[in-house]
Design a protein. Structure first.
Length: 135
């Protein structure tokens, strides 16, 4: 695959399948700042939400299906080259942030996940939809 060329550069590590409740996943989230998801093929909204619960910044395109672009604009690009440039640009922006800015942003996304993406919030949303359908 084309991503192997980036893995060879040393800044991308492919982990393959990882149990998201394992100590290895927890350690990985502690050593990263963000999750990069250029499309829904790499990981969907549920996987990204799981990363938000771990305090990772989401660097996403709209195709992932999470409506969080009011906090951090989505990555846009019509071609692979444009998207790669957008990812590089966003990574550079994030790398220039102060520790305090990063912590504030990470906390904002963690809080978003804890507010809108829990079993309780899902249950409430589903109940509202069912009440509207059934009447």
């Amino acid at each position: 695959p084309h991503w192997l060329q980036y893995e060879a550069a040393g800044n991308i590590i492919v982990h393959g399948f990882m149990d998201t409740y394992s100590p290895e996943f927890y350690d990985l989230t502690r050593s990263c700042v963000a999750v990069i998801s250029p499309s829904c093929f790499e990981n969907g909204g549920g996987a990204v939400v799981h990363c938000l619960h771990h305090g990772l910044l989401p660097l996403l395109t709209r195709t992932v299906g999470l409506d969080i672009h009011h906090v951090l604009p989505s990555l846009d690009g019509q071609t692979d080259a444009e998207l790669i440039n957008a990812i590089r640009s966003r990574c550079n922006e994030v790398s220039q942030m102060s520790e305090a800015e990063l912590e504030d942003l990470r906390y904002a996304f963690w809080e978003y996940a804890r507010t809108y993406h829990t079993r309780d919030s899902f249950s409430q949303s589903l109940s509202r939809v069912l009440d509207e359908l059934v009447g």
